[in-house]
Design a protein around this ligand. Structure first.
Ligand code: SF4
Length: 423
């Protein structure tokens, strides 16, 4: 660690954060990073000099343990404490990620409209200029000077371009990350191995509508090598991959294994500053039922903990029909039982499932869900969370919360809200 005082800025490089993601109620930082402390703001940068976190230090900042984070897709997210109370019970984390774009959140706070938050984002825009003028006539150690020059180069425009570069490397945007990626604070490297979706459900707003297509190994290898270049030295701060998009499981065991192992080598996860590599992917009811034992044996041997999230949505046929999801309630129940089996059998695989919450759910929706759970489980089970996802555009927040609590009460497994986060 090296610290330098430049006028009213305290600059520290090579700071060491935590080496394992943990669920804590304070602003934890992970991996290696650099910091600039201004009397009013605290800024954290990755090893490329790109801003990642920004926090106000003044009295008017909404809460001393709240902060802004910039994603690699160049979105800002505000981390609200929500008073800590029941936030953990609702989302399994001690903070509420608030997005600057429309989503399905049940949280009503609008931090991006807060003048202090807006001023912090303005400060970030002025930082390059402030550094340039502070540097005039100063003699700095080479390491500090190199770091500050990289921040100056990473202007707002340059960071926006970088976000576009990410999407052009993977040839697509990630409209939604798996809910399980909350375990690594959504810090995943995205690699698309299959586009489109096999179901193309009527209610779904995140689907592309295109046919399901599998990417070639060549395409995946190109993404991995270009991503290695994209993350540069900062790749050491990553230990998780998301294999996109909506049904990577349907791409088959061979391709999932290929992408996971190549990513592990190319991104050098064995040398990551953060321990415990994770692999995230989505599966559909059909692809999950079709996946055989041999494939799960193979996934369990990967050098990751593998999280597979399945969109079940409802165990009630009327609700599935209403959602225009082309699967049967019987297959949903079959997939749910399989989820329980896999979670019991494999140490390094966790299957989780999503269910829908909506304003006017058919009467059978909740009961079918509870019946299915009580039929499959005789006692409480902590592995394999169930995520309840309010349909975008819901009107009655109170009713959605009431449904959530009713289901949670009858559930034998952890139940959380699913907040749709893009990359
Ligand atoms: S399977 Fe999932 S991603 Fe695909 S259309 Fe249905 S809800 Fe959307």
């Amino acid at each position: 660690m090296e610290t330098f005082q430049l006028n009213n800025l305290t600059i520290t490089i090579n700071k060491e954060g935590g080496d394992r993601y943990s669920k804590v109620s304070y602003p934890a930082r992970y991996g290696r990073y650099a910091e600039i402390r201004h009397p009013d703001y605290l800024c954290h940068f990755n090893l490329l000099g790109e801003i990642r976190h920004l926090q106000g230090l003044g009295q008017d900042w909404p809460h001393p343990a709240e902060w802004l984070k910039r994603t690699i897709g160049n979105d800002w997210i505000y981390y609200a404490s929500g008073g800590y109370g029941d936030v953990f019970d609702l989302i399994g984390e001690y903070y509420i990620p608030c997005f600057s774009y429309a989503g399905n959140s049940i949280f009503t706070g609008k931090p991006f409209q807060n003048p202090e938050v807006q001023q912090a984002l303005q400060f970030r825009l002025k930082l390059s200029h402030l550094l340039k003028s502070s540097l005039k006539g100063q003699q700095l150690p080479d390491s500090i000077n190199t770091f500050l020059q990289s921040i100056i180069r990473n202007s707002e425009k340059a960071l926006a371009r970088k976000g576009h570069t990410l999407h052009s490397v993977i040839q697509g945007r990630i409209p939604v990350l798996p809910p399980d990626s909350r375990h690594v604070d959504y810090e995943v490297i995205p690699v698309i191995i299959a586009d489109g979706c096999r179901h193309n459900c009527g209610f779904c707003e995140i689907k592309t509508g295109s046919d399901f297509t599998i990417r070639s190994k060549q395409n995946i290898l190109r993404q991995l090598t270009e991503l290695q270049h994209f993350f540069g030295e900062d790749i050491t701060n990553y230990n998780a991959v998301f294999l996109g998009q909506h049904d990577a499981l349907a791409a088959g065991a061979d391709l999932v294994r290929y992408a996971a192992l190549k990513a592990y080598d190319i991104f050098r996860f064995s040398n990551s500053t953060i321990k415990g590599p994770s692999l995230f992917l989505f599966g559909s009811v059909d692809s999950f039922i079709e996946t055989d034992e041999e494939t799960f044996d193979c996934f369990n041997r990967l050098p990751y903990t593998t999280y597979i999230n399945i969109g079940l949505e409802s165990a009630d046929q009327d609700t599935l029909n209403l959602l225009r999801k082309p699967i049967s309630a019987e297959d949903v129940r079959k997939a749910f039982c399989r989820m329980l089996e896999i979670n019991r059998k494999y140490e390094y695989i966790e299957i989780t499932a999503n269910f829908i919450l909506m304003d006017d759910a058919p009467p059978g929706h909740h009961q079918a869900f509870i019946d299915m759970m009580q039929h499959g489980l005789k006692r409480r089970y902590s592995k394999g969370a169930l995520y309840l996802s309010p349909l975008k555009g819901f009107h009655d927040r109170k009713n959605i919360l009431k449904q959530f609590h009713a289901i949670r009460k009858g559930s034998m497994m952890p139940v959380y809200f699913y907040l749709i986060q893009r990359l």
